[in-house]
Design a protein around this ligand. Structure first.
Ligand SMILES: Cc1ncc(COP(=O)(O)O)c(C=O)c1O
Length: 394
């Protein structure tokens, strides 16, 4: 008798966590490792946010909350959407979730049937692929090109549409490339989704991590339909508020879909803990200064990282406009993505992700998350340089 379902056999997880586990094992063996593999801000969650959770716990808010989220939370999120995206969603368009990852899962599970198609940028966030494979949904990959600064090209998306397409995923600023789409490209994406009457899932978890020198503001396709018809905005607190361990996010979408996603959440998770939601309310309503400072600090690190990588033999690296990743081209080192990651981990003590975990069009690239000090970034560049130079000589 079979012991596992077919779907279980298709599960891939998030490979960065598996790389982290290997790096931790090397550390246990006494090796010093510099970490750039996981997208986890190294800043503490701002104190006012932590304090709000503590107060809530002290007040005994340790029971179930309404499954779609606290009213106060949803009202705060709607107000923020009005300020950031120019429209105020109805409260039944909002669902408070344990992070952003599950939002992608809930949305795909409730909007797309097995064997129907979802268009995904490649390279793209690993969970898109994992989730869709698990659900038996066909992934249609649209390659992102370095010559286009890794921005998703709407014309390529349009060409990939068939009569089986049910959803398009876009992600700007992007993981793993840090690319930011232009206002015009975002508008085109909405027009295409409307023309073919498909959902447009816009993963905007890095919307607040947009660098000043990018000279652009965040553009969301949600402004065209106010998330009433087809746009689903995936968002979370993990990155912008340094809250990865809290597991908190909010998704905005058409009420009918959000209702079904809410039933899935209610069935599998019951609700998001009320004290976590209280922390989220404080994050939304409290001072945004720590967040702005954090993004400025990331910008400085990005510059050190990009300059450092470009000084290494065989590596070229674009300067991303958002998120906290760089996606260098390592082809000229003569190593494949996987070999590069392996050599850097074992010989330079630098943990990073091979491009190949982000898709089929990412061979020859690597991803580094610069959630690490400038000192450690410089050290990593030095160690990587020693290994690459030694390989050149041999
Ligand atoms: C593009 C993107 N979407 C969603 C997520 C999931 O974030 P979380 O579940 O921590 O909110 C991540 C995390 O790395 C991401 O990079």
């Amino acid at each position: 008798m079979k012991k596992l379902s077919d779907a279980a056999h298709r599960l891939e997880g998030q490979r960065m966590f598996q790389i982290l586990a290997v790096a931790r094992e090397l550390e246990r063996q006494g090796k010093e490792i510099l970490h750039f593999e996981l997208g986890d801000p190294d800043f503490d969650t701002p104190k006012n946010i932590v304090q709000a959770a503590i107060e809530s716990l002290k007040n005994g808010e340790t029971h179930y909350a309404p499954s779609s989220g606290l009213l106060e939370f949803k009202k705060a999120a709607a107000d923020v959407t009005l300020r950031s995206r120019g429209f105020k969603p109805d409260l039944d368009q909002l669902l408070v979730c344990p992070g952003a990852n599950v939002q992608i899962y809930y949305a795909a599970a409730c909007a797309v049937n097995p064997r129907e198609e979802v268009i995904v940028p490649d390279p793209g966030f690993v969970s898109y692929f994992s989730i869709l494979k698990f659900l038996g949904i066909k992934i249609v990959r649209v390659p992102l090109y370095e010559r286009n600064e890794f921005r998703l090209n709407p014309d390529d998306v349009q060409k990939a549409i068939t009569d089986k397409t049910r959803m398009i995923i876009m992600n700007s600023p992007s993981n793993p490339t840090g690319a930011v789409m232009t206002e015009d490209e975002v508008r085109r994406m909405y027009e295409i989704a409307k023309e073919y009457d498909v959902y447009l899932l816009s993963d905007e978890i890095y919307a607040r991590m947009l660098y000043r020198d990018a000279n652009t503001s965040h553009h969301s396709p949600s402004k065209f339909d106010q998330c009433k018809e087809r746009t689903i905005v995936v968002n979370g607190f993990s990155k912008s508020y340094a809250m990865t361990g809290w597991r908190l996010g909010v998704v905005t979408g058409p009420a009918e879909l959000i209702n079904k996603m809410g039933l899935l959440l209610e069935t599998t998770t019951s609700c998001v803990s009320p004290f976590i939601q209280k922390a989220g309310i404080e994050a939304l309503k409290g001072s945004q200064e720590p967040i702005i400072n954090m993004v400025d600090e990331f910008r400085e690190r990005r510059d050190v990282m990009v300059e450092g990588l470009n000084s290494l033999p065989g590596i070229t690296c674009l300067r991303p406009k958002g998120a906290f990743y760089v996606f260098p081209n390592v082809t000229k080192t003569g190593l494949t993505s996987d070999e590069f990651a392996d050599v850097m981990l074992n010989q330079a003590g630098v943990a990073l992700a091979p491009g190949t975990i982000f898709g089929e069009y990412a061979q020859g690239y690597a991803r580094l998350c610069y959630a690490n000090s400038i000192e450690n970034i410089k050290k990593a560049i030095e160690e990587m340089g020693k290994v690459l130079e030694a390989r050149q000589l041999s």
